[in-house]
Design a protein around this ligand. Structure first.
Ligand SMILES: [Zn+2]
Ligand SMILES: [Zn+2]
Length: 510
């Protein structure tokens, strides 16, 4: 893992809950500890992400000793962790503990010793050889850092920490100034500071090291969150005159839009307007997925599409690549994949953000499953037109962003219909029968440019808000525009929350 960039991505809601539980697990300034159990996602040869599947914060009665100078957990609690999360699961382990005070904390010598021993313990006692990531935070869990140990427990390296929606460096959100930051590089740091108080290693568990940490205190001026020695921190380039009229949103947001890679599933009526709009806002890197070719019936709602393109049998992804290349003739990076989503999971999973704008339920379901498995933010765009019994049309545009890491999703939130999804993925003959029986939306659904434009533009606005921090999507959003009533309906995310969804059930604390 020498040159691999390693990151730990805790979704915002999970981080909020974990943080609250750890703060609640003490009375005054005692240290607390939390555990996360993670899947490993090898994004590329030089990028590895750890994605928490569940977390546990011991209640005060799980401690044998809990003080401002250190803590020792009861043996049966440690056994519970082992039985529940390590014996049968292939999960990696995160130990996150606090030090008293609000200064930027540093790992202490006792942390080093204990964690080194625990890394070896994990390596030798479990077949799956779980990795150990450790974190130390101040008592309010505002400042901190993570590191990962090698199997032998002899070396560690820093881990980039994300607790935001997108894995972008240096997002500063006005509502939560500390919501996203990275660990500083450990190079050149004094690694053997003298702790004020230190407890000895507890050896009573035989070959199992105890879970034990202690407090140490350092001067605050030594540490500068987010900036120092950080090779990933962006160097802001001189402003691009193309974006002169949107500098009000900040140079950082503009640069992050330029770094973002967006996977767009569905390059039809909504997807094309969406790509054109988000492209103009500053997104240059795209993964486009759609198996279809342009048809004459698409010409009423796809910008700059021509009859010649239809005659030439152009794939929708190639048409859309052409749109993006028109905006960025030299710097765009577009991967156009004329295929169904089920065949391109790996490509989608590597994107920073997934947008689905297809006209069927089955592809939306697959996209949601990928977004959940690889913990990528998902934006779902759709429109619907029908006609009331008195002959007047009703039109809807819908933008849905399920929360990162679960809580509710397109399936349990009923944003898509599983029965329809199942029918759509059935063989063509059954599909046809179902269509005849009226179960399926088909390509003949009514659709107009302007209504698609509302869904696409609002989706772009939400993404702009995610990056700039002016839209809070931590709990997810589901917005529905109704025309001609011209009303926006906002579904309360609390009503969408589902405790036992097969797809997205969220982990809970001990
Ligand atoms: Zn410590
Ligand atoms: Zn769900």
């Amino acid at each position: 893992m020498k040159n691999t960039e390693i990151s730990l991505h805790i979704p915002p809601l999970m981080w909020q809950q974990l943080r609250r539980s750890m703060i609640d697990a003490r009375t005054h300034h005692e240290e607390t500890i939390g555990f996360l159990f993670c899947d490993r996602d090898k994004v590329s040869t030089d990028r590895l992400r750890y994605l928490p599947k569940t977390w546990v914060v011991p209640a005060p009665d799980c401690y044998e000793l809990q003080s401002i100078s250190g803590l020792v957990l009861k043996q049966d609690f440690h056994q519970y962790l082992i039985d529940s999360f390590l014996s049968d699961c292939q999960l990696d382990v995160v130990h996150l503990h606090t030090h008293a005070g609000t200064d930027f904390p540093e790992f202490s010598a006792v942390d080093d010793r204990y964690e080194s021993e625990y890394a070896r313990f994990l390596d030798t006692q479990f077949k799956a050889q779980p990795h150990l990531i450790s974190g130390v935070f101040d008592e309010s869990l505002q400042h901190g850092q993570f590191r990962i140990w090698n199997r032998q427990g002899t070396e560690f390296k820093p881990v980039t920490f994300y607790n935001s929606l997108l894995e972008l460096p240096s997002i500063v959100r006005s509502s939560q100034p500390h919501s996203s930051f990275q660990t500083r590089s450990l190079s050149g740091v004094e690694m053997n500071p003298t702790p004020l108080v230190s407890t000895s290693l507890n050896q009573r568990w035989g070959d199992r090291p105890s879970i034990e940490v202690e407090m140490s205190r350092f001067s605050a001026d030594e540490f500068d969150l987010n900036l120092e020695n950080n090779s990933i921190a962006p160097h802001l380039p001189s402003p691009d005159p193309m974006f002169a009229r949107q500098t009000i949103f900040g140079a950082t947001a503009q640069q992050q839009l330029g770094q973002l890679t967006v996977a767009l599933i569905g390059c039809g009526g909504i997807g094309s307007i969406f790509a054109e709009t988000l492209g103009r806002l500053g997104v240059k890197n795209w993964i486009l997925v759609d198996p279809d070719r342009l048809q004459t019936v698409n010409l009423n709602r796809m910008p700059a599409a021509t009859a010649e393109m239809v005659a030439g049998g152009l794939h929708k992804v190639d048409y859309l690549e052409h749109l993006i290349d028109r905006i960025y003739p030299t710097v765009a990076s577009v991967t156009a994949i004329p295929d169904v989503i089920a065949n391109v999971t790996a490509d989608i999973a590597a994107a920073d953000l997934i947008v689905v704008a297809t006209d069927n339920h089955s592809s939306r379901q697959i996209t949601q499953e990928i977004a959940l498995k690889y913990m990528r933010p998902l934006v779902c765009l759709g429109t619907h037109i029908d006609v009331k019994s008195d002959g007047t049309p009703r039109m809807y545009a819908r933008v849905t962003v399920p929360p990162l890491g679960g809580g509710w999703c397109l399936m349990c939130g009923n944003i898509i219909n599983l029965q329809r999804a199942a029918l759509e993925s059935a063989p063509a003959a059954i599909d046809l029968m179902a269509t005849k029986a009226g179960y399926l939306d088909g390509v003949n659904d009514p659709a107009v440019f302007w209504l698609n434009g509302i869904a696409a533009s609002t989706g772009v606005g939400v993404i702009h808000g995610m990056v700039s921090g002016f839209v809070d999507v931590d709990a997810g959003i589901d917005w529905i525009y109704e025309f001609p009533n011209h009303q926006w309906h906002k579904t309360n995310p609390e009503h969408l929350h589902t405790a036992d969804c097969y797809f997205c059930s969220q982990p809970s604390s001990y």
